[in-house]
Design a protein around this ligand. Structure first.
Ligand SMILES: Cc1ncc(COP(=O)(O)O)c(C=O)c1O
Length: 411
């Protein structure tokens, strides 16, 4: 039986997460299915950024480092993220960008396995993860190697020469989830360390770093954590490794006593040594407030709704757009993250035409239209409206214009 818009509205009515929608600023008449790239704005984050600017910076100036506890904001926000990723409060800290944190963690891993030469990853990993590894290897004089094998073959390719296995938990394009516990166990069986990039998983599905015995991890603040454009990222170091990590970016904020201004570097105890320079307080404040919203929600419900939205989207594409030549580019359901992908040779222009109608997803070259579901603020009826928009774009060939085919800098 065909699915209807009324059924989608009924599902929204019954949705236990529905009240969270009100906690976000979302423009009227827009269906936003790109929270996997840039999360929507939590009202609390806007208020907190305003306070950080006007009250803390504007009113209390430098006193705010103590009075408003700016100084330990990276640890406090990190402790909130720890709850989302199955870590202890002292195992996560907010700092820098994901790319910089990858550099720090990969460098730390190579130092912890000095006799080994290989960083193992997959060609489909997010490019920055690969580029950072390449840059590090070059900087270390080329003695190391970045070995790439297809995702499903990584576990079998780990041997005694692998220092660290570096993977993104949920693939940015296919949305496929790696089995965190199984791959980590395979790495450990050969004495290698395991580094996970959680950019597309934290905040969207249950993650349990410690249950999997992961060694190191990094992740983004601006996707499902809703920290805002360019929000600071975070890193995880398992407690058992924290004293072994010698930060390659040995900055004063990671010093044991930043305000004694010693000549020589002495790493802080624990996770704090992974800080480098002064934290970006305004954006970190926004992220911190956004995290409060997220950690109120039940992650099991988030996961259930995310999968249900993906199922609904794919079923509706079949039902409404069956004749328009889309191929399903999503991972199989049991290993699908919080996004789906449709493949079409005209994907770029179709996405631009769809965005012009108020349905925002994104495009990943060469041919994928990508749609992400953020269960805290997306509604089932929006899934219906998104597919109805897609059908209208396809039926009318609205995409078939020079302006929609002209590539913008960001896709
Ligand atoms: C898996 C993954 N890692 C890292 C990044 C980028 O990290 P950043 O720009 O914060 O350095 C992205 C961005 O989309 C990503 O998808």
């Amino acid at each position: 039986m065909a699915l209807t818009r009324a059924e989608c509205l009924a599902r929204d009515k019954a949705d236990p997460l529905a009240p969270f929608r009100e906690r976000f600023v979302l423009p009227e008449n827009i269906v936003y299915l790109d929270g996997n790239s840039l999360g929507a704005l939590p009202k609390a984050a806007a208020a907190r950024a305003r306070k950080a600017v006007e009250v803390e910076w504007g009113g209390d100036l430098i006193k705010s480092w103590n009075v408003h506890r700016w100084i330990d904001l990276p640890q406090r926000a990190g402790a909130k993220i720890a709850r989302l990723v199955g870590a202890k409060a002292g195992e996560v800290i907010v700092a820098d960008s994901t790319s910089v944190n990858l550099f720090k963690m990969l460098a730390a891993a190579l130092r912890m396995r000095p006799e080994r030469r290989v960083i193992l990853s997959e060609p489909g990993n997010f490019p920055t993860d690969l580029y950072v590894a390449q840059g590090l290897i070059e900087m270390l004089g080329g003695k190391h190697e970045l070995k790439l094998v297809p995702g499903e073959k990584v576990a079998a390719a780990i041997d005694e020469n692998v220092a660290v296995v570096s993977l993104t938990h949920v693939n940015y394009k296919s949305g496929r989830i790696h089995d965190m516990a199984a791959v980590t166990a395979a790495a450990h069986a050969k004495g290698a360390l395991m580094l996970w990039d959680l950019a597309h998983s934290a905040g969207a599905l249950p993650v349990d770093l410690n249950a999997a015995r992961a060694d190191l991890a990094v992740g983004c603040g601006y996707k499902y954590l809703n920290g805002g454009p360019g929000a600071p990222a975070y890193l995880f170091v398992a407690e058992r490794h924290q004293e072994a990590v010698r930060p390659p970016l040995a900055g004063w904020m990671g010093h044991a006593h930043p305000f004694t201004f010693d000549v020589d570097y002495e790493p802080a105890k624990g996770i704090a040594r992974n800080l480098c320079g002064t934290p970006p307080i305004i954006s970190m404040s926004a992220l911190d407030a956004a995290l409060d919203v997220l950690i109120e929600a039940d992650m099991t419900l988030i996961r259930e709704k995310s999968l249900a939205m993906g199922d609904l989207f794919l079923a509706l594409v079949d039902q409404e757009c069956g004749s328009h030549g889309f191929k399903n580019g999503s991972a199989a359901r049991h290993e699908r993250g919080s996004q789906v992908g449709l493949l079409h040779p005209e994907g770029y222009a179709i996405m631009q035409a769809l965005i012009a109608r108020g349905v925002i997803g994104d495009f990943r070259a060469p041919d994928m239209l990508r749609f992400g579901f953020a269960p805290l603020y997306n509604r089932y009826v929006e899934v219906w409206d998104a597919v109805a928009g897609l059908k209208a774009v396809m039926d009318s060939r609205a995409w078939d214009t020079a302006s929609f085919k002209a590539r913008a800098a960001v896709t």
